[in-house]
Design a protein around this ligand. Structure first.
Ligand SMILES: Cc1ncc(COP(=O)(O)O)c(C=O)c1O
Length: 361
């Protein structure tokens, strides 16, 4: 079956060695082989998050499950959390946290612009338990400055809860050096694995400060996951069944990241995104994100006058079998979004896409 070229910002085409894992017979989610792969995955996750001492989890669920698990485990109803919103996923984070009866204080800035430092400082003048933000805003193709935000939050004793869904494995995330307290990602983006596992990082300091007795819930409670790792670690290290095909596919994707090397991988993403922006720029497209904040994993651009983004996307699909995304929220009908994540971040892929666009504009 010709599935075409998937250039949406996740899921992305699977590497053949990752794809291969999905076609294997189902295996048990316990036993010796499983324990070995599980332990390797834990090490690979610490490597990926650049956090040798971090507590890591492969939560079985999408990125949002990662967010809810961190909210359930480390935040309580009535806690005040400052949420940075400069795009769709910042807004979504505020919405999700509010459903946990957390007092959400949104610090908004215009989509495509950086977060407002003065507003954040003002919001942090009052005590806050945490600052939640999106490392790479997939809706606008913008990367927020991880180090700066972590520093501002820590200066006011707030912990950081970071959405690294479209950055982990594509853009540097020095979780250990920056002492990132809590972060989550999703397997279907820069790791180029199937959707369904949310890699999680928790700093030891945040972990030790939390009181397991005050955490509600079971499945999304990370203390449950930790208990099974500790008490059943010899044979069955997770609280529930996990699809073995999915787990081995993610394990394989992580091995591929390690084989490539993080810096080489980040450079590959940077080169592919620059090539894409340059090519689209020559055709009159303009990035939504401020020039110093443009993302290396997601490109969001407004087409030149006279080009309708949805007609362009349809033309790419019907004439070239290439799939891209449109705008979200206020950018709906105004922009196109293209991923350069994992397998998409290759010069031939970018060139094939640009050649196809040229036939339609
Ligand atoms: C920045 C960001 N956060 C969260 C999500 C949600 O991820 P999931 O659909 O895996 O829950 C996405 C999905 O595109 C995203 O790009």
């Amino acid at each position: 079956m010709d599935t075409g070229l998937l250039l949406i910002p996740g899921p992305v085409p699977l590497h053949p060695r990752v794809q291969e894992e999905l076609g294997k017979p189902a295996l048990p989610h316990y036993g010796d082989a499983w324990i070995k792969a599980f332990a390797e995955t834990q090490d690979l996750l610490r490597f990926l998050w650049e956090a040798p001492k971090g507590k890591v989890f492969s939560l079985f669920g999408p990125g949002h499950a990662g967010l809810e698990s961190l909210a359930f485990t480390f935040l309580r109803p009535r806690d005040r959390v400052v949420v940075l919103d400069n795009g769709f996923f910042g807004q979504r984070t505020a919405e999700v946290l509010a459903t946990h009866r957390i007092r959400v204080d949104v610090v908004a800035s215009e989509w495509g612009t950086g977060f407002d430092v003065a507003k954040l400082r003002k919001a942090l003048a009052k005590p806050a338990k945490a600052v939640a933000f999106i490392h790479n805003e997939t809706s606008t193709g913008l990367t927020n400055p991880l180090d700066e935000i972590v520093e501002l939050a820590h200066a006011k004793d707030a912990f950081v809860l970071v959405d690294a869904v479209s950055s982990l494995g594509g853009i540097p995330f020095p979780g250990g050096r920056l002492q990132v307290d809590a972060a989550f990602s999703a397997s279907q983006k820069c790791l180029a694995a199937p959707a369904g596992i949310s890699p999680i990082l928790v700093a030891p300091s945040l972990w030790e400060a939390a009181d397991p007795k005050t955490v509600d819930g079971w499945y999304l409670n990370l203390f449950t996951w930790d208990k099974y790792q500790r008490e059943w670690g010899e044979w069955h290290p997770t609280p529930t069944t996990i699809s073995s095909n999915l787990f081995y596919a993610v394990h394989r994707a992580l091995v591929l990241v390690k084989e490539e090397g993080l810096q080489a991988r980040f450079d590959r993403h940077a080169r592919a995104a620059a090539r894409l922006r340059e090519g689209l720029g020559q055709l009159g497209f303009e990035a939504i994100a401020a020039p110093d904040l443009v993302s290396n994993t997601v490109t969001c651009m407004r087409p030149p006058t006279g080009i309708d983004p949805s007609i362009l996307a349809r033309g790419l699909q019907e004439r070239h079998n290439i799939f891209i995304s449109g705008g979200l929220g206020p950018l709906r009908g105004k922009t196109i979004r293209i991923g350069t994540m994992g397998t998409q971040a290759e010069p031939e892929v970018v060139d094939r896409f640009l050649a196809a666009v040229k036939t339609l504009v």
